[in-house]
Design a binder for this molecule. Structure first.
Ligand code: SF4
Length: 679
């Protein structure tokens, strides 16, 4: 049987998949991310490719429409809003599910032709704090880590990351190393005991947002013990004195850890030269997420533990193409190719390359601000692509009301019914995984092809094509006249070449002469290149910057609400919800409650518990477990209004964001909890 070589559409590990239209799914033994492995979600992909619930034709206000009618209406409404209210009166909200080619043309349309930067992405909820932290420390959003580093390290520190459930194949790779090399030390830092903790030698049950106290304490310890690399700092790092002074003002026990646990961790870190610190949403999804990132980076910079094999900080991305989106400027505060909107030279270069009539002059609205602008009536036309913010955003009920307040809403999606799609004036059917072609970039900067192996269903079209069709109707047909995703990819690589003079890290020359159809998974800048090995960074002085980080003041409500993901579900279950065996793992919405709290609330296991944040509530099944600390609750984010009308956890999550990155603090809710006695 001839199988199509493609890439898993779920998490940022980016596993290679061999697939066939008959539902055959195998791990690709030649893909360097997984070498044939797949997790439960990936191996069930064949059960999710049926057409149940699919959107197969355009719809205008619930009525079937032709593509011509739908596209004309979308172009007319966006053009009218721009004409009457200015470019910032329209917005796109896109997704890490989009392929790089889709992302590229959406950004080009909004930033270079409409002239606004109001295009943000659900990746804002995933890794925006890491992007901001990288830019502060390195001068560029550069992820220096690779998966091979994890296999070379002597100490792996997993911070705010349930890798076993959220990046399972990466976790399998670490487990395989640990089996071969029992001296590999693994430390898991997480307020909860998770499946990831089971592989760790040490689980540090930190307080929520206690990471800054922990890593500031580590920096002070390393200095006190003479373990920093003063030659490296002198040659390659600025800001050391200020960062150390701030670190010394902080009490490491504010991390919630005992002095004994702190010393054990610090001594382990000091002793092992090859340390990789892997971090994810537990670091990023916080009101102090960027500071947490920089507190980690400070320790690596002060010891020169970056740019060498088996060494360095490593932010792993949640979504399959969060990294590709960053590369083409998929965030409201970035331009394509890691260039900066605030830099007029960068703006001019991109505009000149695009030969566009305009270019955005300032950063656009980040996700939470974007929907607040919708609520305030500032946005007159909104296009949501391949995501479901009415469920996945914090304060999801408020976001739902905000979308309903926008005069004209377009949703392009694979599904006919989503909580967001139900609010749309126009629904546009997009092709899904297995039906479209393009590229994605995984957490270690490896670009892989997604390839079609299924026929196009109904009238669906790929996202890049839909965007180009609208752009053409808005009057910019020449600039969006691509015949294939390959042409889009070639333009993106050419843009990278044209802007290399700015000395940014995005060197995609390895793709310049690549055969798109046959493209093998390829890491940029090139295989075996190691960022920062020469001690050179992207700030104008060529140095990295340590950032002075103060310990945040945290206000705690009656219960601290942490949210996250289950092993067998992906986001709002659009695809994974179709596979019954995935639903069998954890079948209904639940909240983890510590036994002492359950006793105080007179909760028996399996009782219903009502969470309330003062404005909204939700009702969940109590899962009584010591995995969460007393005073803390944990609930997964997958269930939508349509599946369980009163059990959507984002009804009660807060819309507070990190002031630097704009990333919502989805792990820092404050709620009351009571036993639910109603029907
Ligand atoms: Fe897909 Fe991630 Fe599982 Fe790999 S680890 S199969 S990319 S969900």
């Amino acid at each position: 049987m001839s199988l199509t070589r493609t890439t898993c559409p779920y998490c940022g590990v980016g596993c290679g998949v061999l697939a066939d239209a008959d539902g055959t799914i195998k791990g690709d033994p030649e893909h360097p991310a997984n070498y044939g492995r797949l997790c439960s979600k990936g191996s069930a992909l064949g059960e999710t490719i049926n057409l149940d619930g699919r959107l197969l034709t355009p719809q205008i206000r619930g009525q079937r429409a032709s593509w011509t009618e739908a596209l004309d209406l979308v172009a007319d409404e966006f053009s009218a809003a721009v004409r009457d209210h200015g470019p910032d009166s329209v917005a796109f909200y896109v997704s890490g599910q989009l392929l790089t080619e889709d992302y590229y043309v959406a950004n080009k349309l909004m930033k270079g032709f409409i002239g606004s930067a109001n295009i943000d992405t659900n990746s804002r909820l995933c890794m925006a704090s890491s992007v901001a932290g990288h830019k502060r420390a390195f001068g560029s959003d550069t992820v220096p880590g690779t998966y091979d580093d994890l296999e070379e390290a002597d100490l792996i520190v997993l911070v705010g990351s349930n890798l076993a459930w959220c990046h399972p194949v990466l976790h399998q790779r670490i487990a395989a190393v640990k089996e071969k090399r029992p001296d590999l030390r693994i430390v898991n830092i997480d307020p909860r005991l998770t499946a990831t903790s089971e592989l760790a030698d040490i689980h540090l049950k930190i307080s929520p947002d206690g990471d800054i106290a922990l890593f500031n304490g580590l920096l002070a310890y390393l200095v006190a013990e003479g373990m920093v690399d003063t030659d490296y700092i002198t040659a390659n790092v600025s800001g050391f004195d200020e960062a150390l002074a701030a670190a010394k003002t902080c009490d490491p026990t504010e991390s919630g850890l005992s002095a004994r646990d702190l010393l054990q961790f610090y001594a382990l870190w000091a002793k092992n030269r090859k340390v990789v610190t892997v971090y994810s949403q537990g670091v990023n999804q916080s009101e102090c997420g960027t500071d947490k990132v920089n507190a980690i980076l400070n320790c690596h910079l002060a010891t020169g533990r970056v740019g060498a094999p088996g060494c360095g900080p490593f932010s792993v991305t949640g979504q399959p193409n969060a990294m590709g989106g960053r590369e083409v400027g998929g965030l409201a505060n970035m331009l394509a190719n890691h260039l900066d909107i605030e830099n007029s030279g960068h703006r001019d270069a991109v505009q000149m390359f695009w030969e566009s009539p305009t270019i955005c002059q300032q950063p656009g609205l980040k996700a939470v601000d974007l929907f607040e602008a919708c609520a305030r009536g500032k946005i007159k036309a909104l296009w949501v692509m391949s995501t479901n913010p009415a469920v996945s955003m914090p304060d999801a009920n408020g976001v739902s009301d905000a979308i309903a307040n926008v005069p004209f809403v377009v949703v392009s999606d694979i599904m006919a019914r989503t909580d967001t799609g139900d609010l749309a004036d126009v629904l546009l059917p997009a092709t899904g995984w297995g039906e479209k072609d393009g590229t994605v970039t995984n957490s270690e900067r490896r670009v892989s092809r997604q390839r079609a192996f299924l026929p196009t269903p109904g009238d669906a079209r790929p996202d890049w094509k839909i965007i180009c069709d609208v752009a053409a109707r808005m009057g910019w047909g020449d600039a969006f006249s691509y015949d294939s995703p390959s042409e889009v990819f070639s333009e993106y690589i050419a843009l990278s070449e044209a802007t290399r003079t700015f000395g940014r890290d995005l060197d995609l020359s390895v793709f310049a002469d690549a055969d798109y159809a046959a493209l093998l998974p390829t890491q940029w800048p090139q295989n075996n290149h190691r960022f920062f090995a020469d001690g050179k960074f992207y700030h104008p002085d060529g140095k990295a910057r340590m950032v002075a980080i103060a310990t945040p003041i945290r206000s705690l409500g009656s219960f601290r609400l942490n949210t996250g993901r289950n092993r067998d579900q992906w986001h709002t279950m659009t695809r994974t919800g179709k596979a019954p065996r995935l639903g069998a793992h954890l079948a209904e919405p639940y909240v983890e409650v510590h036994p002492d709290d359950a006793a105080a609330l007179e909760l028996e296991p399996g009782d219903l518990v009502q969470l309330n944040n003062g404005a909204n509530d939700c009702i969940l099944r109590a899962l009584v477990t010591p995995r969460v600390a007393q005073g803390h609750l944990f609930a997964p984010m997958h269930w939508t209004r349509q599946r369980t009308s009163r059990s959507m956890i984002n009804s009660v999550t807060p819309s507070q964001t990190d002031p630097v990155s704009g990333q919502p603090a989805l792990k820092s809710g404050s709620v009351s909890a009571t036993r639910f006695k109603g029907a």
